[in-house]
Design a protein around this ligand. Structure first.
Ligand SMILES: Nc1ncnc2c1ncn2[C@@H]1O[C@H](COP(=O)(O)OP(=O)(O)OP(=O)(O)O)[C@@H](O)[C@H]1O
Ligand SMILES: C[C@H](N)[C@H](N)CCCCCC(=O)O
Ligand SMILES: [Mg+2]
Length: 241
């Protein structure tokens, strides 16, 4: 499998951190890997050139990987579609008076595949986020047949969001490659730790029962200044890729 689609149960659930950490770990295992962002909203404009900046999530991926921005980043191949409004892509595209052509994204992925063995393609928000008025993220994944990695957490509400995402993936006949549990909400300030622990156990059990071939991974907590602190170890099961 050379393209994995990284989705999550919602926006801000940790897809970017999971994608960067996966890329870093697989890179350390000798895999020639790159990340891509489906479409980025909430992007700033470079004052000097007037051009849209490189996608924020791509910048974070490279920081986590510990590599500089690549030529394919500077050429925006890793995220051709970038928009100013921090909103659902279909709205951000409309407000920019633009048209998003999914074939452009597919061509960008194919171009990356020429130079890299694995592409991790991060979505925007969750699986049913519209990238155009007519096309949901999941519609796009289904046309490509990409296996899905789903990022979740232990915050109250995650069980429902996770199982709904699994139903949607199954309904399209797609492969659920793995579920990544992000412990970001596991401290008492964010949610009840008893709820987080129970949510994790419930989801793990559900996967063992109904998705025995799916990997379960736990993302480490990453200190905010990722460039100064050594990154924690991210355990990937044997045969993950
Ligand atoms: N494992 C983690 N360790 C530390 N901080 C985290 C972790 N996961 C997420 N965060 C924090 O939560 C924020 C949101 O996470 P992230 O940007 O990965 O979300 P996302 O799912 O990629 O959102 P989007 O839909 O906008 O792409 C991050 O900016 C970071 O501050
Ligand atoms: C701007 C934000 N951080 C994301 N990149 C976009 C999230 C879109 C969510 C749309 C929705 O589910 O209502
Ligand atoms: Mg992201």
């Amino acid at each position: 499998m050379s393209v994995l689609f990284i989705s999550g149960i919602d926006t801000d659930i940790g897809k970017t951190y999971a994608t960067g950490m996966l890329a870093k770990t697989l890179m350390q295992q000798g895999i020639n890997i790159i990340t891509q962002k489906l479409v980025q909203t909430g992007v700033g404009v470079d004052l000097a050139s007037g051009e849209m900046n490189i996608a924020d999530d791509i910048v974070t991926h490279r920081q986590l990987m510990g590599v500089p921005l690549q030529p394919c980043d500077l050429a925006h191949t890793t995220c051709p579609y970038r928009y100013k409004k921090p909103a659902s892509p279909h709205l951000a595209v409309r407000l920019a008076d633009d048209v998003l052509d999914p074939d452009v994204i597919t061509q960008a992925t194919r171009q990356l595949q020429v130079n890299y063995d694995v592409v991790l393609l991060e979505g925007a928000g969750g699986l049913l986020v519209p990238i155009t008025e007519q096309l949901l993220t999941l519609d796009y994944i289904a046309t490509q047949g990409y296996p899905v990695v789903l990022v979740t957490s232990g915050r109250l509400g995650s069980i429902n969001h996770t199982l709904l995402s699994l139903e949607a993936i199954k309904a399209r006949g797609l492969t659920l490659h793995s579920v990544i549990y992000n412990p970001i909400h596991d401290n008492a300030a964010q949610t009840d730790t008893e709820i987080a622990t129970s949510t994790m156990a419930f989801l793990q059990h559900h996967l063992q029962q109904y998705y025995p071939a799916t990997y379960w991974l736990t993302l480490p907590y990453i200190k905010q200044d990722k460039q100064r602190h050594a990154l924690p170890y991210f355990y990937l099961p044997n045969g993950f890729i």
